[in-house]
Design a binder for this molecule. Structure first.
Ligand code: SF4
Length: 305
């Protein structure tokens, strides 16, 4: 029996499911029960009747699964080095400072935040619904964090004043892309459509054919008649696109905007670690009851939109 068979056997014995983010390595994506972006995985985590959820992604994603399933066992195959750096950029002390300065403004936080931060927010959002979430609020000013580039994206799609917090907040992977990268790749593939994630810098967003979350990118690539795409997000997304195109028997040219746009925190999980995780039921995500209750309200409010 190879490692994939052993994982499948353990999954069945323990009534476990594997959720994996679009940025995971291809071999992990291939054995996952569900693949998706943060929002899709949040919804799957909420719907499942499995006893154990094995989460292949980074810390805040597994925490969100736990927040939505407090009675289930949520495991991560690796705990070392799987902390999303952006998720830790908006700690409670910074929130307190901005709350004091803008007492009337609701706080919208990206799901890419820690459970403690979500517990202090009015509502969460993902890159797939950030503009809808902000527009749903009955207020003229909102605090929005921690991704300044996503805040820029939202500001362009709302009449509200969006205050991006903290200054300089954002994802180190998506901030790597420059307009020169885009010009260089575009000159080589002039007919390719440019798909840019809203975590990328404003000048990239302003020069995109489409700005979309990973689920949006997937939809556009699968459904459009275009044959060539420049993909402006973490390179693991290309794995997801290839898997889905293969299922449909389609072939399209997918060009990464930058080959080295790699999220190292997303690449710590291996098949062997998943097997060990299922065998030993490690590493379990544990959160305080009051954090779960408060964070749940902020996530549920988003899911209801
Ligand atoms: S790609 Fe960026 S936002 Fe996503 S997990 Fe990695 S560091 Fe965090």
């Amino acid at each position: 029996m190879d490692v994939v068979d052993r994982i499948n056997k353990l999954k069945e014995e323990k009534n476990a499911i594997i959720l994996a983010h679009n940025y995971q390595p291809k071999e992990i994506q291939k054995i996952a029960d569900f693949l998706g972006d943060s929002l899709e995985l949040c919804i799957k985590a909420k719907e499942t009747d499995a006893d154990i959820i094995v989460f292949c992604g980074v810390d805040f994603m597994a925490e969100s699964a736990k927040i939505l399933n407090p009675d289930k066992k949520v495991l991560m195959p690796e705990i070392e080095g799987t902390q999303c750096p952006m998720a830790h950029q908006l700690p409670p002390e910074i929130i307190k400072k901005y709350r004091e300065k803008y007492p009337e403004a609701p706080l919208v936080v990206y799901v890419n935040t820690t459970a403690e931060t979500k517990a202090l927010a009015d509502i969460t959002c993902t890159s797939a619904n950030a503009d809808k979430v902000v527009n749903s609020l009955d207020t003229d000013v909102v605090l929005f964090g921690p991704d300044n580039n996503l805040a820029y994206y939202v500001q362009k799609r709302t009449d509200k004043k969006v205050i991006a917090i903290p200054e300089g907040g954002g994802c180190y992977v998506h901030k790597k892309f420059t307009i020169d990268d885009l010009k260089r790749v575009k000159s080589k593939y002039p007919n390719a459509k440019v798909l840019i994630h809203p975590e990328c810098n404003p000048e990239l967003q302003d020069n995109a054919d489409y700005i979309a979350s990973t689920s949006g990118i997937l939809r556009i690539v699968l459904e459009s008649d275009d044959e060539e795409f420049i993909i402006g997000t973490e390179v693991g997304m290309i794995n997801r696109l290839e898997i889905e195109l293969e299922k449909l028997g389609k072939q399209k040219k997918l060009i990464p905007l930058k080959e080295d746009a790699i999220c190292h925190e997303m690449k710590k999980i291996t098949l062997e670690k998943i097997e060990k995780c299922l065998l030993e039921e490690r590493y379990e995500i544990k959160l305080k009851k009051e954090v779960i209750e408060k964070a749940q309200k902020a996530i549920e409010r988003m899911l209801n939109i």
